[in-house]
Design a binder for this molecule. Sequence first.
Ligand SMILES: [Zn+2]
Length: 71
Amino acid sequence: MSIFKKETEALSYTVKDKEIKCGHCGNNIFHRSYSRIEPVNVFTFAPNPADCYICASCGHVEWFVPDEEKE
Ligand SMILES: [Zn+2]
């Protein structure tokens, strides 16, 4: 099972009124996903939980921590 499940069709999204652009290829079309990575997972390198946007072009993942999860 992938931790990066594509839960939406490919769309453009904004965070804090700024359009998300892929940090790798510059594309602005993403699949959205919501990740809750278990703390014991060896791949725990990202905030838990996090909003994930998967670039529809190259597959690069952009991560955003929801406001209520920030310290
Ligand atoms: Zn990309």
